[in-house]
Write a protein that binds this ligand. Structure first.
Ligand code: DQA
Length: 145
């Protein structure tokens, strides 16, 4: 079983980006933790980040057939992108939406997600751990299917 883990805009700056809000763990560290967890769970993960929405849309379009599911932190696109929602629906793969911060406790514009109602599940507010919980949840969902 192969899982695609995608991170969207500005997440390459984790570690130094608003550390009080997002923590001091870097994205490469999160990817290393995801790889270790994947090994423990007996799955494979490909972890990628892009600041370019088209790159992420193309990656999602190419995921069908190659991956069993997707874990995605879409960053700011979560609250703005119909195109990202459409790409995930078109790929027809189960996905888990993750966020480091508790978006429900932040500005009102972050309370709406274009992804949540079509996601297999949503995890937010646990810092870097949100990604790991998302991977665990997605794998157990896929194994139950
Ligand atoms: C985020 C939350 C988003 O609202 C924000 O735009 C981000 C990070 C998070 O992981 O908490 O870039 O997705």
């Amino acid at each position: 079983m192969r899982i695609l883990v995608l991170s969207g805009p500005n997440l390459q700056m984790l570690g130094t980006r608003e550390p009080d809000r997002y923590g001091s763990t870097t994205l490469p560290e999160i990817h290393a933790r995801l790889s270790a967890l994947a090994q423990e769970l007996g799955v494979a993960v490909d972890c990628e980040q892009s600041n370019h929405e088209g790159v992420v849309l193309d990656r999602i379009a190419g995921a069908r057939g190659a991956f069993a599911g997707i874990v995605i932190n879409a960053g700011g696109w979560t609250h703005t992108s119909v195109a990202l929602r459409d790409a995930l629906l078109a790929a027809n793969l189960p996905f888990v939406e993750v966020h480091l911060s508790n978006v429900a406790a932040r500005e009102p514009f972050r309370h709406h997600s274009y992804l949540s109602d079509v996601a297999a599940g949503v995890v937010f507010g646990f810092g870097a751990e949100s990604y790991l919980l998302g991977l665990r949840g997605l794998v157990s969902r896929l194994r139950a299917a």
